[in-house]
Design a protein around this ligand. Sequence first.
Ligand SMILES: [Cu+2]
Length: 172
Amino acid sequence: MMGGAPGRGPGSGSGMMQDGGMAYRQLSCEPPTAVPGEVVRVRLSDMGMTAMASGDAPLGMRMVLRATPSVVTAGTVTLLVENLGWRTHELVVLPLAAGALDGQRVPGADGKVDEAGSLGEASRSCASGEGEGIASGAVGWVTLELRPGRYELVCNLTNHYADGMHAELVVR
Ligand SMILES: [Cu+2]
């Protein structure tokens, strides 16, 4: 629990005032200053336009997953993931089949894609590895040993893949 008494302060009461409603969130925690291997910075965002973004996302919402750089050298790679959106997100690393492009997977009835062959994920707030998701405004990270190949970085929360949260990562 963060400091501050409940029911006090400008955030209480009805509605939430947000300066510049479309602005990215301020990050609530800092990524580690030193991580192993080559660093890929991943930014997750959504155009929720509201701080009340709970429940499953609808199809057709615009969501973005961007990775920089998109090409790295084989070996130790740390994915540093910033959730700049209003919703909880995550990052899962999947192999990309020869000839396939990112975004071509077909989600199941649950709005998620098959995670078979997953190499790992960053889905904890302010921590490394797998958890319950990276909260809005938080950072997560994961360090992986990646062989040469093509990978797809996805957010696999319900409907997020179909809403645009995928990007290719090439390992040489
Ligand atoms: Cu997401």
